[in-house]
Design a binder for this molecule. Structure first.
Ligand SMILES: [Cu+2]
Length: 831
């Protein structure tokens, strides 16, 4: 075997061997990579080609200095070694929030991992430190400057965290340091109505077992109960109330009344064992809590408010005030498993008024791999698999050529003829790991009400319900729109596939653009958490057109950004791209194998790039000449003065605050134009606070040019305020009587949803009628009930329902998919 072939085929083993024997090349390579001038400072990047069709990226730019031993040192390097021999590095934007006025707050990720010399899993408890924060300001010419907030790490737990250790201090190092008991990493972020930003959760690092004074142990990452608030007016952090539960990787959503909802997260990531509370062991935090915006306190939502969810669950606020879970999350392999993870495939909503969850359906299509198909896929793709034959085949895949066509590859692995479309649908259903979830523009109906919410997810890794892992390893290119129709408390769920991404993508950052498109940036060709360091980077962006529901390749970035990358819409309609803080190669130390075609693993990347989309290169963008700076959700009208007479779309886009592809408050709302007078449009505001929760928004107008392109303006800032005299709750906002689409059904809303999913009429395009139990496309699960037995029962029903159905339907399927795909249409005849 050729030497290069050997490296290509077994990089993981090679990396481990190199580190274990401590050969200098690997280590020197690591330090070399970290210390060499990698040139993030302005001027060193390759400018991407300027092209009117695909847009272009700016040169990368990064903070110019590092603080070392009390001094600010100017350097183009990512890290500098301090007097103690530890590397001090520039932070990356693993979390970012758009503050307005050209300012961006960003938070580092995995601070300290660069100091793991042997294995991060053994040393992270000791070498990790609290993550830094930064405010970057871009002036009118894009010249950046940086400010360090005070305290720079957010200030949680200065006297240590009250850790949930198993050994009470006997065999852990939870109390030996106060430098890593309050990390911002793994917190979710949300804007409060007044423009301050709250970070909830975070990390307490320690070794368990571990012994004080020893540099190695088994790391534990424990979720914090902390919530801390950043004030952009003073660049300072302050502490707010503690949650009842420590949460690592939770998600936040602002409710219609401006309170903040939190769900999921795990208390102990690696050893989720809680002897005093056994039912909590082995899973994420099922309890949800609500933050009282007036008092700054958290309260438990009670037993009906519990739900098993993946880490960083993708959640959004619906126009009826419910919180919708869109069956996406962070597939954190190999430690994010939970015994109840089958439930993560079920989409549902949380009603803040009744504090109860309602199940809406099985995510994606009513298709599911049967036991055989599931087994074949999951065992083949599960990296912990020990079957040598399959491992050989898997490894061949992992380290061979990048999978351009995972469907074909999977078909090949299965050695079974498979209908491509059916397989595509099956692997595109259920929960997605590491996908973005973008709420498409909420559009008013003829009466100005908002009743149909659409959510786009694309790429990520599929989930295999019965597998021992919450996610697959190879990303998919599937793209899906899930629709929730709301009429007060009545809801219906529907899902359809769109055109696929042009390449499978793990951890792509999605951005809703003001021209009715969604862009995706960065990410990897494989799951960079399962086998860290072995993912290839994807630098090419893609654009999804809402009208055609197709994806198109766009410009390529300069830098490779895989895990912990970010992208946010800037107020002028361009996009700020940043982040990239991978987990140490193979959970050991940073070993950069980028020359072998893998992503850049020379530590984290502190740089940013600005993407300019085609519309921002035009000189015929409309201009907002006058618009309100504050709007009340009272159903009133307001005027926008522009330089054109053909403005036909007005959007309010909420400023983004995001981490891990999650922004629970991401929303784009179209306001109806009710009148126009030459260059002035009169626009109607909603009276529904669940459509436009209080906060900071960007107002964009646009028109469609003669060449067919939608051309948006730059935005003006708008603060949305609640009308204190409006007493209607979102649930009171019902549809006007007799919706137009009702087709031969007297329950109009549901009737309008009856129809075929997809284009064909085969058995794999089942009729979907949520209103009728007999033809329901989903197992009827009911709501999560109080306490343990019900929860376990829920899991049992979920599994049982699925397997019962497959038994009956398997024989009626077309030959090509027999033995692999089942659907739920025949549920009534179960047995
Ligand atoms: Cu992470």
């Amino acid at each position: 075997m050729h030497r290069t072939e050997c490296y290509k085929r077994l990089p993981l083993a090679s990396a481990i061997a190199l580190v274990i024997v401590g050969t200098t090349p690997a280590y020197a390579g690591l330090l070399g990579g970290l210390l060499s001038g990698d040139g993030e400072s302005a001027g060193d990047g390759q400018p991407s080609e300027v092209n009117g069709e695909v847009g272009f990226f700016s040169e990368p730019f990064a903070e110019p200095t590092i603080q070392v031993d009390g001094e600010q040192i100017a350097t183009g390097d990512r890290c500098i070694m301090d007097a103690s021999g530890a590397l001090q590095c520039k932070p990356t934007a693993g979390t970012i929030a758009v503050l307005g006025g050209g300012r961006f707050l960003y938070l580092n990720a995995l601070e300290g991992t660069e100091n793991a010399e042997l294995a991060v899993i053994a040393q992270f408890g000791e070498v990790s430190v609290n993550d830094q924060s930064r405010v970057m300001t871009l002036d009118a010419n894009d010249q950046p400057s940086w400010v360090k907030p005070l305290p720079n790490d957010g200030g949680a737990n200065p006297d240590g965290n009250d850790s949930t250790t198993l050994t009470g201090g006997l065999l852990d190092t939870a109390n030996n340091t106060d430098t890593n008991d309050g990390a911002l990493f793994c917190a979710d972020v949300v804007f409060l109505p007044d423009g301050r930003m709250m970070a909830v959760g975070g990390t307490d690092y320690y070794s368990e077992p571990g012994v004080d004074g020893l540099p190695v142990g088994v790391v534990e990452l424990e979720g914090l109960k902390s919530s801390r608030i950043f004030d952009p007016a003073s660049n300072t952090w302050s502490q707010s109330g503690d949650m009842q539960y420590g949460r690592w990787y939770p998600s936040l959503v602002s409710l219609a009344n401006s309170d903040v909802f939190v769900a999921s997260g795990v208390t102990k990531l690696l050893k989720p064992v809680y002897p005093e509370d056994p039912i909590q062991s082995g899973r994420n935090v099922a309890q949800t809590e609500t933050y009282d915006i007036e008092n700054g306190t958290w309260s438990n939502n009670g037993s009906a408010g519990q739900r098993s969810l993946p880490l960083f669950p993708r959640m959004h606020l619906l126009p009826n005030g419910h919180v919708y879970y869109n069956a996406g999350g962070q597939a954190f392999n190999p430690f994010g498993q939970a015994y109840d993870q089958a439930l993560w495939n079920i989409v549902g909503t949380y009603n803040p008024e009744s504090r109860q969850w309602t199940d809406l359906g099985y995510a994606g299509l009513p298709l599911r791999l049967n036991e055989t198909g599931l087994d074949a896929l999951s065992t083949t793709l599960n990296p912990t698999n020990t079957d040598p034959d399959q491992v050989e085949r898997l490894l061949g895949d992992l380290v061979g050529e990048t999978l351009d066509d995972p469907t074909a590859a999977i078909s090949q692995l299965l050695e079974t003829p498979v209908d491509d479309q059916a397989l595509e649908r099956a692997i595109g259903s259920g929960m997605r790991g590491s996908t973005f979830s973008i709420q498409l523009p909420l559009r008013p109906d003829a009466n100005g009400g908002y009743h149909e919410s659409e959510f786009l997810t694309a790429g990520g890794v599929p989930t295999y319900v019965a597998a021992g892992s919450p996610g697959g390893y190879l990303p998919i290119s599937s793209s899906r729109i899930d629709t929730v129709t709301t009429n007060g408390a009545d809801m219906a769920y529907e899902s359809r596939l769109t055109g696929s991404l042009n390449q499978p993508r793990w951890y792509g950052s999605g951005v809703m653009m003001p021209d009715n498109s969604v862009m995706v940036f960065s990410g990897g060709t494989r799951d960079g958490v399962v086998a860290t360091g072995l993912e290839g980077a994807i630098i090419q962006s893609e654009r999804f057109d809402i009208e055609t529901e197709t994806w198109k390749p766009m410009a390529s970035a300069n830098r490779e950004r895989t895990y912990h990358n970010t992208a946010v819409l800037m107020p002028d309609g361009r996009v700020l791209i940043g982040g990239h803080s991978p987990i140490n190669t193979a959970y050991l130390s940073f070993i950069n194998m980028d020359e072998l075609g893998f992503a850049d693993y020379a530590g984290r990347d502190p740089s940013f790039e600005i993407y300019t989309p085609p519309y921002a290169m035009r000189d015929d963008r409309p201009v907002i000449e006058r618009a309100p700076v504050a709007l009340m959700t009272n159903g009133g009208v307001f005027d926008i003065k522009t330089d054109r007479s053909d403005i036909d779309q007005v959007l309010l886009i909420r400023r983004k605050a995001t981490t891990h592809l999650v922004d629970g408050d991401q929303r784009t709302v179209e306001l109806p134009i009710v009148d126009r007078n030459s260059n002035k449009v009169r626009v109607k505001m909603t009276g529904n606070r669940a459509v436009l929760p209080e906060g900071q928004y960007m107002l964009f107008i646009s028109y469609e040019s003669d060449d067919g392109m939608r051309v948006p303006s730059e935005s003006t800032p708008v603060r949305v305020l609640a009308d204190p005299s409006a007493t209607d709750s979102p649930l009171a906002q019902q549809l006007e009587p007799a919706p137009a689409e009702a087709e031969g059904s007297d329950d109009g809303l549901v009737g309008g949803l009856i129809g075929s999913i997809g284009s064909g009429g085969s058995l794999l395009d089942p009729i979907f009628d949520i209103g009728s139990g007999a033809t329901s496309a989903v197992p009827t699960l009911g709501q999560l009930q109080d306490g343990t037995p019900q929860l376990m029962n829920e899991l049992g029903i979920a599994l049982e329902g699925g397997f019962a159905v497959l038994g009956d339907t398997i024989t009626s399927l077309p030959g090509a998919t027999e033995g692999l795909i089942v659907d739920f249409t025949d549920q009534g005849s179960g047995g």
